[in-house]
Design a protein. Sequence first.
Lengths: 589, 260
Amino acid sequence: MSSPSDHAAHAPHGFIRRYIFSLDHKVIGIQYYCLGLFSVFLGMSLSLLMRFHMVNPHAQVHWFEKLWPTAAAGGVMTPELYLSLMTMHGTIMVFFVLTTVPQSGFGNYFLPIQIGAEDMAFPVLNMMSFWTTFLSLCVMVAAFFVQGGAPLSGWTSYPPLSGAGPLTGPGEGLGQTLWIVSIAIFCGASLMGAINFIATTVDLRCKGLSLMRMPLTCWTWLVTAILGLLGFAVLLSAGVLLLLDRLAGTSFFLPAGLMVNDQILNHKGGSPLLWQHLFWFFGHPEVYIAILPGMGVTSQLLSTFSRKPIFGYKAMVYAILSIGFLGFLVWGHHMFMSGMNPYSAMAFATLTMCIGVPSAIKTFNWIGTLWGGKIHFDTAMMFALGFVSLFVTGGISGIFLGQPALDLYFHDTYFVVGHFHMIMGVAAIFGMFAGTFYWFPKMTGRMMNEKLGKLHFYLTFIGVYCIFAPMHYLGIAGNPRRYSQFTENEFLGPLLPIHNFMTYAAYVTAAAQLIFLFNLIWSLKKGPKASINPWNSTTLEWTVPSPPPHDNFGGVHPVINHGPYEYSVPGSSKDFIMQNDPAEVPSEG
Amino acid sequence: MLLAPVVWVLTAVIVYFFAAKTWWFPPPINQHGMEYDAQFWRTLVVTGIIFVVAQFALGWVIVRFRNDGGRARHSHGNNKLETLWTSATAILFLGLVVMGTKIWAGVHFDEAPPDAIPIEVLVKQFAWNFRYAGPDGKFGHTELKFINDAAGNPFGIDEKDPAGKDDIVSATLKVPIGKPIKLVMHSLDVIHNFFVRELRMKQDIVPGMEIPLHFEADQIGTYEVPCSELCGLGHYKMRTSMQVMSQADFDQWKQQQAQK
């Protein structure tokens, strides 16, 4: 395996080694970003089809039949097609967008530069983890095209629905098997990535960069990597066991006495709850895998664009660490209604409320950072501010769901759908938008268009509130989630106007994303040239050319003299002090 | 700058619909439901205040501290404030959990009273079945191999067992008003979920497990029971109803069924 210094100085020649099977963390970061960009538009398209079907369950659409000759015979979407779209929407968004872009995309590109390293600790492993992720995505998408189509058991794939084979429904044959194989491959890729991130952060920090001088982005990437290492290992094992239940006739998750579709099955001794425990032991930390890097970017941006040091740097670090730690102790709150021991529910509930505390600390500290600042409203900052608003809205509904007593009604209603889309979905995606507008100049050497950026921001910000806030009212009215239509229950009829409203809001918000795509591509070609440090930021990536050279620092070894957020320091000539600035200015931590 | 009014307006609209209760819970039909609603309101008030204050503060700092030249105030934070808001949130959040404990305990820690009427629930893709013991007060022996929907035996009651002869099987749930009910729930295939909005209660029915649930319904009426755990392509139409009847009507219904 080549060490960073081997390939540091000279970039490889030839298109394939340079851009396809590249060892350069920056190229790999962009590859991950592009994979995520493809996935997010795919996942979003699936959600539009779902929303269309929910409010027009009997509509005939000619091209549906072309896409799905059996699942949409006659142009009318079947309930099983709806469920497979839902499964794939959730899976693609969670794994290939929320997990890859903030961590593997931005983290890959900027972690080494922010800590003054020439590359990741294991460049070959890094390349392998990207291509393994790519393989995993191909296998996942292939599930659409096999007999029976994509699985219908949701992104959580609870057995027996996911474990008893095609008897339980279309998509539960080869489609479900491919789903599990893809997830297992993805786990492998994430484990490789996690090891690399941890080793890089621990070993390759440049001189003077103590842990407590790291930008908060690096802290969130580090803790996210630790969560990934511990979480994906468990999901991988669970996936292998589920695969064995399906293909080798084992009974890890399938109990005795199953009779599916009038056929008695020969399983014995398995427990459907075991899967739920294993899945959520990964699944809950996964929420933080998705959101932590967004918190890091938001902290970085709020400080930069309000020209103030982050409020309570140490408290922020401890909050990140305790979110990471507690994140492994709360998985049971997904299972209050599962039939598990009701006493353990109380323990999980108490720990869940505890994890609300560091999340609240972060929100307070963000407001504290803005307080007394001189806020610059560039698009990147708008998204960071939007993140704070969405994080509050999405987080606060967790106080309802974290109480077993209230979950007695809200579990598996749209209240849950609204909650996790707000926080893990859109707040995390706002973190990605913020990161994109902030780092695009560094990654490409060009600035993005601010007017288009603001337009995109406002449409998206108002749009996501219009889509996801009404879901809380649906939940209060008792609307169950994962229903392909609302025609069979009387109490769902009066709720259809909300569903219609949310559907139109989704169309508009999705269309607004084309503005972003256009801005991205147009700015790549035509955007004004970016200087080294267009935002007057203080971290190391803003000391190198845009885009940075192959070895990041052109052979120079940076030395860190300051904490990451020294803005508006009294007595200094400028309103910011670069981390590697040698000037003797008093600064703390 | 425009962001501040946008945040405020969104916040106001969200709060308005919570206050107006445009789309809301159906009224509760028992004591547990009323206690549930009280806990919901406590939580709504606490979170509502935090929500409004946080969003308002965000908008306010956006307006107040926009860049107008000059330097920002240099500060790395304030440990006193940090301790204050950490302990305040911890007390509020944990306090809410503690206050809800009684409701959870009533459903899950307390056993059903000994005189509760036992009703067996058996679910499968995408149907509900309920079984009552007949006049002998005993449930007949069942086996998977005897299950036959077409012959009217969805539970697979063994014909040879005399205790099963008078068992009553129904596709909808009927319960007498004001009497403790104990459901004993089983699933044949995948996980389903029993949910009655008016009871403020929900419980997964997991294959391989016997899941009990007890309650009392104090209001005559018919209430919908939508399956609330993803169970396959017919999930959206897997529904039944719970009919709460007067004791006389319930006895009459049982008598009619027994004669069939």
